[in-house]
Structures are given as C-alpha cells and as structure tokens.
Design a protein around this ligand. Structure first.
Ligand code: MN
Ligand code: MN
Length: 308
C-alpha cells in the first residue's frame, strides 16, 4: 500500500497530535508505511506533553492531492480538515465526534465511539492487534485523554476513558494528577499570544442545523478575569472573523479549568441563539455559562437543538 498520512483537525489539540503519532506508529507496526502530520501550530499544552515524553512534533501539512492516502483521526468534518480533502483517498477514520459533512468515493475503515478521546479508541486498536504501546507513545496518549476530559472532569469523560488512562499511566510510569495538572496549566499561559491567535488556538467552524455558520473557539484558563481584561481586543479579532469567514455566530468560550465554568463572548447576527440555548442575557456581548466546559457535548448539540 502507498504511504499513509495520518492527521487530526485544524487548530490541533493534544488529542489530534497524540492520535496522529500513535496511529502512524500502529500502522507502521502493522506493516504499512505511515507518517503523522499536523494541520497547524502546536499548542503550549501539547508542547509540554511532547517535551515531557521526548517526542518530536509531526511535520506541517497544508494540502493534499489525489495521490494522497490519508487517515483522519479526531475529526471527520471537511471544514475542520486539510485543504483539498475531497481529492485524497481516505483510508481510515478514527474519531469520537458527530459525523457531519462527510462523504467518500470508496469504502473505508471507520472506527467511531462516543468516548472522551480518540486515544481511548486507539488503545483498543492496539489491543485488538496485539501491538505493545511504547512508553513515550503511552505517555502522549495519556496526555490526550487528560486534555480532552480536563482531567476526567468534562461531561464527555466515560469510564472507559478513565480506565484507559490508568493503563496508559502504568505503561508510561506517570502520576496522572500531578502530571495532568502541570500539563493543563502549561496550556493556560496565554500571555504570549495576540488576540487574533487566542481566538484561533482551539477553534472549530461548524454549520449548525444546516443554516448557521458558526465558529466556536475555546481558551483554557485558571483566571477568567485576567482573560476578560483583553475583551475589547478579542471582540475586534472576532469581528474580523465574522466578516472574513461570513459567520452567523462567533462564540468564544473562556473556560475556567479549575472550577469548570465558561465565560462566553458572543458576536454575529445569531448571537441570540446563545441566549435562548442557555437562558442567559448577553450583556456587552458576554454571559457566564455555569458548568459549561465541553464544546462537543454542551455547546454544539445544545445550539443545534435550539436552532431547529
Ligand atoms: Mn480534538
Ligand atoms: Mn479528541
């Protein structure tokens, strides 16, 4: 078989990078030629994990052609994927998100489970194929589960994520709590980023209820107030996106990872969808969303059902 390129979504998070590396390793062990790629900059959190387990970052991939054989991890939607994805041959998908805006010309392998992290599914694939996970890859996969579940506090976290994390912690000889907190904290250092960068660190463009083009961005912090001191400039950056991307809704979640709440900044002609969805009133384009931390479980489906 031709070489497989393995990659996660744009604005890659720790799961997208870890899944790409782990999946490329697994495919190589299965006798294929496979290499991980990334579709954007490495976050500080991911950089912390890569450094801790001494693994290099994948190469950047900007576009694919009809000659490329690809494996998608941690996403399936074309809007979140590589340029020209419709031209490439999709060999396999491993994902834990809704399936939307996705079609292929050929049959494919598709592994999906409603768990908290792609690496939880990958762990099963390693087991099924009887392939041992190396110490460094196990540590990176553990980092992905900690990241996606906010140290098991997110409502997306399942029992399988927790037990898989424990097994990966054993393999990688890692103390989950102390390492996890340090890794999450590394991701909350936002001081070096411009407002334009902040609204794109972890951003997803989705179409809600087939009609509302929305960008939903998230930044993790231990201090919402500190991030809110930059509100005017954040709004400026968001307004630019509303115009350039033609957004109906631009929602930035500033998520307090210690207390599991988010402050939302909301712009766009459909900003009232957020008010309706969470029974809040926007004041100066902002509202406090108590207990909301998961874009996937508490935002996209809630906005979708309220938009229909
Ligand atoms: Mn992800
Ligand atoms: Mn994920």
């Amino acid at each position: 078989m031709e070489k497989l390129l393995v990659f996660g979504h744009k604005s890659p998070d720790t799961d997208s990078i870890a899944s790409s590396i782990a999946m490329a390793f697994l495919q190589t062990k299965l006798g294929n030629v496979a290499e991980p790629r990334r579709l954007g900059n490495i976050s500080k959190e991911t950089e912390y994990a890569l450094n801790h387990f001494k693994i290099g970052a994948p190469e950047l991939l900007s576009s694919v052609t009809e000659n490329d054989n690809i494996v998608l991890v941690d996403h399936n939607e074309a809007d979140q994927s590589v340029e020209n994805i419709e031209k490439a041959h999709i060999y396999m998908v491993v994902d834990h998100h809704r399936i939307s805006n996705f079609q292929t010309a050929d049959p494919l392998y598709y592994y999906a489970e409603p768990v908290g992290c792609t690496c939880t599914i990958l762990y099963k694939l390693f087991e099924q194929n009887n392939i041992a996970i190396p110490v460094d890859v196990a540590g990176l996969m553990l980092s992905a589960i900690i990241s996606d579940t906010l140290l098991f506090k997110s409502p997306t976290c399942t029992d399988l994520d927790r037990t898989t994390a424990e097994k990966l912690a054993k393999i990688s000889n890692t103390d989950i709590n102390s390492y996890g907190l340090a890794m999450l904290k590394a991701g909350t250092d936002l001081s070096s980023f411009s407002e334009e960068e902040l609204v794109n660190l972890d951003a997803k463009v989705v179409t809600i209820a087939d009609k509302i083009k929305a960008k939903i961005s998230q930044v993790n912090t231990a201090d919402i107030d500190e991030v809110m001191t930059r509100k005017a400039k954040l709004e400026e950056a968001m307004n630019k996106d509303v115009e350039s991307l033609g957004l109906d809704l631009d929602l930035l979640l500033i998520t307090d990872i210690i207390n599991s709440n988010s402050q939302a900044i909301v712009l766009g002609s459909h900003a009232n969808l957020v008010e309706k969805s969470y029974s809040v009133k926007l004041e100066n384009n902002t509202a406090f969303l108590k207990g909301i931390v998961s874009r996937k479980k508490q935002v996209i489906p809630v906005l979708t059902s309220n938009a229909e």
